[in-house]
Design a protein around this ligand. Structure first.
Ligand code: NAD
Length: 554
């Protein structure tokens, strides 16, 4: 008979044992189970005899990751690890964030989405399809975890810069939630990735027998609206304390759904608001380098979609915070889209562009726009590579001692210019940031470390703060304060090497500090449903799951 050592806690009767435990990714420790645990939990003989520490397990994982020949293979290997042993997976992500984040998130996750059906192994998250209309509430009951606190949901129509990927878009909510757990310590069982499969208009997928989604065209109009409404109602019923992050919806739907639902359910759109905050934080840091006030800036955007308008709106909020009136603040942001300068004589402008349609003669050429509008900063969010040409960047450099150049389009191949181009064309004067990582650049005897305006600096902390306070609403003010908090964590050393964001190694501390500010705001504004703890900071740290410890039996 198995005997309990005095040190061993009592195992609850419903705790999985034997093979079932080894197949439970939340509780599995693999070779790290101790001899006592193996005896107690019916694992003897089911594992190789030698107990290995988590450190050794990490070593094995990294050896495997580095031994793969492509990033997509690395992605597949890591997702399989996540399916087997979540604690180890998160330990690997947290300890090797620089190396692993570009694999489990952008850019590799994009390739993973494109190939999702072909590489499909195990389902993760929930798929709600157009055929489930009328039973979404019942289907949500199938999710095994009761206390879901954060949902990332997409309908797959605008996956990164890759367009309509239909149900294959599931890679995005899965990846984003992995970052919530890694960067802000939100326990994986509290995270739910959801893909709304409303069909796809991607011909290649419709013809592909291995595609995993419905083989039908996208549901649109009233049917789409009703499906979204049913989804939101069902979520509020089943997971009333969940924050809902809208992700990678097509531009018009993204603005519309955010407007429609943000007052009803604690929700936000990372592509709009998260991007706004990370870019504003970068601007605050850039201004420490240029030694100029925000109120003297004028920004020219290439691209007037979710990212561009999200950034513009938050810059406006920041200028208003410094006392500028709204009309004047809006005039500090100018946009060029695929049809040229957004200005007041243009017809059929989408609603989200209207506040930025200032009076001006039409312009179609970006270099001409730079020379005419004389911006202090250029922000690239068009998804079109090499649009910040030498002429454009040189023109900006002629106007400004320290020109601000943010080439934010993802993946790296879509960036409006490379880091090297920005530094070379301005003779090292540009303050540069990108959306995807660029390697350090040597120029004129100096090494520049380009900052990556990664949304992962913002959304995990915002989500954690909203969860901590059980916020009824996630507000623009919270994103503004998150941006200020992130900017405040950039050191003089970071700035000296041209890096306008803190090192990724700091990300859990960044998330924690943002969470404190966000939760505090929820309390101050009467939006919190949880009682305020005496020590908010400590309460938030306690919420953060640390994968360096395997969980106890319960
Ligand atoms: P979107 O589709 O909503 O908007 C794209 C905009 O670019 C539209 O206004 C479109 O008219 C414009 N555009 C297209 N072709 C153009 C051209 N040739 N010249 C000028 N404008 C053109 O997409 P989005 O969500 O706003 O994302 C845009 C880009 O920003 C993507 O590449 C995305 O990866 C990137 N992004 C980066 C970050 C980040 O760095 N943290 C965050 C979000 C998005």
């Amino acid at each position: 008979m198995e005997t309990l050592s005095p040190r061993m806690p009592k195992v609850p009767p419903d705790f999985p044992r034997g093979v079932k435990l080894l197949h439970d990714p939340v509780r599995n420790k693999g070779t790290a189970f101790s001899p006592e645990e193996r005896t107690l939990l019916g694992l003897r003989g089911l594992l190789p005899p030698r107990q290995q520490s988590q450190d050794l397990q990490v070593r094995r994982v990294m050896e495997n990751v580095r031994g793969k020949t492509t990033d997509l293979e690395r992605y597949i290997f890591l997702v399989s690890l996540q399916d087997r042993n979540e604690t180890l997976f998160y330990r690997v992500v947290v300890d090797h964030l620089d190396e692993i984040m570009p694999i489990i998130y952008t850019p590799t996750v994009g390739q993973a989405c494109v190939r999702y059906g072909h590489n499909f192994r195990r389902p993760r998250g929930m798929f709600l399809s157009a055929e489930d209309r009328g039973s979404v509430g019942d289907i949500l009951m199938n999710w095994p975890h009761e206390d879901v606190r954060i949902i990332v949901v997409t309908d797959g129509e605008r996956i990164l810069g890759l367009g309509d990927q239909g149900a294959n878009g599931m890679g995005i909510p899965v990846g984003k939630l992995a970052l919530y757990s890694a960067c802000a310590g939100i326990h994986p069982t509290k995270c739910l990735p959801i893909t709304l499969d409303v069909g796809t208009d991607n011909e290649e997928l419709l013809q592909d027998p291995l595609y995993i989604g419905l083989q039908r065209r996208r549901m649109r109009g009233a049917a789409y609206e009703e499906f979204l409404e049913e989804f939101v109602e069902a979520v509020m019923e089943r997971f009333p304390r969940a924050v809902v992050q809208l992700e990678d919806f097509a531009t018009a739907n993204a603005f519309h759904l955010l407007d429609k639902y943000r007052g009803r359910v604690a929700s936000f759109d990372d592509d709009i608001q998260g991007t706004g905050a990370v870019a504003l934080a970068g601007i605050y840091s850039a201004l420490r380098i240029t030694e100029q006030p925000l109120t003297e800036q004028r920004f020219l955007f290439l691209g007037a979609g979710e990212a561009g308008i999200g950034i513009g709106d938050l810059i406006v909020a920041a200028l208003m915070d410094e006392g500028m009136d709204e009309a004047e603040a809006r005039k500090r942001c100018w946009f060029v889209d695929s049809r040229g300068l957004v200005e007041s004589t243009r017809t059929n402008l989408a609603d989200h562009k209207l506040p930025y349609a200032h009076e001006h003669a039409p312009l179609t050429d970006l270099e001409e726009a730079v020379r005419t509008l004389k911006p202090t900063g250029l922000i690239g969010v068009s998804g079109v590579p090499q649009t910040f040409t030498q002429g454009v960047v040189t023109a900006l450099g002629e106007l400004n001692e320290r020109p601000i150049v943010f080439a934010l389009s993802n993946p790296t191949s879509k960036a409006e210019c490379t880091a090297r181009q920005a530094y070379t064309w301005t003779n090292g004067r540009a303050v540069f940031a990108s959306g995807s990582p660029f390697d350090p650049v040597d120029h004129g005897g100096r090494t520049f470390v380009p900052g990556q305006g990664n949304n992962a600096y913002i959304f995990p902390g915002v989500g954690l703060g909203a969860i901590a306070a059980d916020a009824r609403e996630v507000t623009d003010e919270m994103f503004f304060l998150a941006a200020k908090t992130l900017a405040s964590m950039v050191s003089e050393h970071d700035l000296a090497i041209g890096r306008i964001y803190p090192s990724l190694q700091m990300i859990r501390e960044v998330s924690k500090r943002i969470a404190v500010v966000v939760a505090e705001t929820a309390y101050e504004r009467g939006l919190a449903r949880a009682p305020r703890p005496d020590d908010l900071d400590t309460a938030i740290v306690k919420l953060m799951f640390d994968p360096h410890q395997y969980p106890p039996y319960v």
